[in-house]
Design a protein around this ligand. Structure first.
Ligand SMILES: Cc1cc2nc3c(=O)[nH]c(=O)nc-3n(C[C@H](O)[C@H](O)[C@H](O)COP(=O)(O)O)c2cc1C
Length: 338
């Protein structure tokens, strides 16, 4: 990379990092830390932002970091830079999960342009969806973007859907009994006014998260109402389980990239989605999901068309870039000095 290009790259990298802040994370904990070096970025898990009573196995933080990494990837690509990503195999306790360098690209790939444009529009939507089935061609496209990151999508219907929904209901009950779980939920749903993380009142459903037989994670006392029209209790969503082959750090970070790619692609197609990990956080119910799908299930995606009259769900807050970025780009690189 030539010196004359460096300010241009720096602007592109910082803009892509701003976009990466919008990645989804469990309870909106934003468990990522970035370090900017002269010629690359490093991404690490922020261990203080793990949810020890909810995300006992620590997969949630890796999925969120993977989502942030993918948001960065498309942000760089949309600005004319090809990201060169190296995932760390061992991950925590070293905590670094990936390193990203960049090379000038000849052209901006269409999918990067489309997905980068969806970053600001994507929201977790827990409300009722419209009674409209998703075009199978769109589901195929979602499966294709997941495959790019080594993940498989399982659209769960019929008997398997019933088994998944039963497991989700059981997980919701079992998790409520877990010591520390409810306190953690309170902590991340009742932040100080003006807080830049957690799930705000405006994004939590006012009514219980119950749709017929489908039970979503319960968040206390919300202010988000169901859209007008139709029965409040019907759920017509498509349930999709995302699986990967391995459960090592790099596989789960990659699964987080796949989750992000699917969510952004779904947004680009005008779909709404809820990422759900609750059913996979309880060993017994995770085993039941795994029996349905095979592989290593990492997240369930509830996907559908938004009700036409529904207002946009609120934008959840984020910490600003200076809170999550250490800028060492002006310092001599230790790796080069060695
Ligand atoms: C790994 C992961 C697990 C999540 N699990 C759930 C869940 O079980 N239930 C739910 O309602 N939302 C879940 N979410 C959605 C987050 O609460 C949401 O991403 C966060 O509050 C930020 O809001 P946003 O997605 O609208 O930007 C999960 C998100 C991620 C990335």
């Amino acid at each position: 990379m030539t010196t004359s290009r460096q300010p241009v790259v720096r602007d592109a990298v910082l803009a892509a990092l701003e976009g990466a802040l919008r990645a989804p994370s469990e309870h909106n904990t934003q468990p990522w830390r970035w370090t900017l070096l002269p010629d690359r970025l490093e991404l690490a898990v922020d261990p203080h932002r793990r949810l020890p009573f909810t995300d006992e196995r620590g997969e949630g933080v890796l999925l969120a970091c993977g989502a942030a990494l993918h948001h960065l990837r498309v942000g760089l690509a949309a600005r004319g830079w090809t990201p060169v990503v190296r995932l760390d195999r061992e991950g925590p306790p070293q905590r670094r999960v990936a390193e990203v360098a960049w090379e000038p690209a000849d052209a901006v790939p269409d999918d990067a342009r489309r997905q980068a444009a969806a970053i600001d529009r994507r929201r977790t939507d827990r409300r009722r969806f419209a009674a409209e089935t998703i075009d199978p061609g769109v589901l195929d496209e979602l499966a294709l973007v997941a495959r790019t990151f080594g993940a498989a999508l399982h659209v769960v219907g019929g008997h398997a859907r019933r088994a998944l929904v039963d497991a989700m209901r059981d997980a919701a009950l079992l998790q409520l009994d877990r010591p520390g779980y409810t306190a953690e939920l309170q902590r991340w749903t009742h932040r100080y006014a003006g807080g830049a993380d957690g799930i705000p009142h405006s994004a939590r459903l006012a009514e219980p998260h119950l749709y017929d037989d489908l039970v979503l994670r319960w968040f206390p006392g919300g202010g988000l109402h169901q859209p007008p029209g139709g029965a409040d209790h019907a759920d017509v969503s498509t349930l999709i389980v995302l699986t990967v082959d391995g459960d090592d750090t790099a596989s789960v970070v990659r699964a987080g990239e796949a989750m992000s790619a699917v969510l952004l692609e779904a947004t680009a197609h005008g779909l709404a989605a809820t990422p759900i990990t609750q059913v996979l956080e309880v060993d017994e119910t995770r085993d039941r999901v795994q029996a349905l799908t095979g592989g290593h299930p990492v997240v369930v995606l509830r996907v559908g068309r938004p009700v036409p009259e529904a207002p946009e769900p609120p934008r959840t807050p984020r910490r600003d870039l200076v809170s999550v970025l250490v800028d060492r780009s002006a310092e001599p690189d230790e790796q080069d000095a060695r």
